[in-house]
Design a protein around this ligand. Structure first.
Ligand code: ATP
Ligand code: MG
Length: 144
């Protein structure tokens, strides 16, 4: 069970907790791991004369996050693939889940958003509602 695990990361403490859970599960189960980050959609940049530069800045910030998280995994026998994709986040995660035929999605309860009262963020809510496989939500106890 659970041979292809997707973990969604936005850089938040909760998503780092999700990565730890996904890594532990992946190692225990001999699974493959997809670490997915969606950068913000670029349609708001249309019309800027330096559109291409702005897009590539957005992408490279996402790439940096994936590299940093990859480094944080250290030595691991787990096969890890990073996937950087244009958002919106929930749509991007669901799309990768489908195209890679993953059998588990792990993500944080909340992310970088600041609406402290909500139990779930909009990305975790949409993915939980739309996924065709089980979704596991992780929470960093020290974060709100
Ligand atoms: P909101 O975005 O609705 O203001 P929030 O930021 O607190 O709320 P979410 O965005 O739903 O909460 O984040 C929940 C989890 O979804 C994160 O911990 C992370 O696992 C995943 N996630 C959110 N945004 C992205 C993204 N851009 N790329 C990949 N994963 C993401
Ligand atoms: Mg968010």
């Amino acid at each position: 069970m659970f041979k292809r695990i997707l973990v969604a990361v936005d850089g938040s403490p909760h998503s780092r907790a999700a990565l730890e859970v996904a890594r532990g599960l992946g190692e225990a189960l001999g699974a493959e791991l997809w670490v997915v980050h969606a950068y913000a959609p670029t349609s708001d940049l249309l019309g800027y004369t330096d559109f291409a530069q702005r897009v590539s800045r957005r992408k490279s910030q996402g790439q940096k996050l994936l590299e940093e998280l990859r480094g944080s995994l250290g030595e691991s026998p787990l096969p890890v693939t990073e996937e950087l994709i244009e958002g919106p986040g929930a749509e991007a995660i669901l799309k990768v889940a489908e195209t890679r035929a993953v059998d588990l999605i792990v993500m944080g309860t909340r992310g970088l958003g600041a609406l402290g009262d909500m139990v779930l963020g909009s990305v975790s809510r949409k993915v939980t509602q739309g996924a065709g496989c089980p979704v596991m939500l992780a929470r960093a106890p020290e974060a709100s």
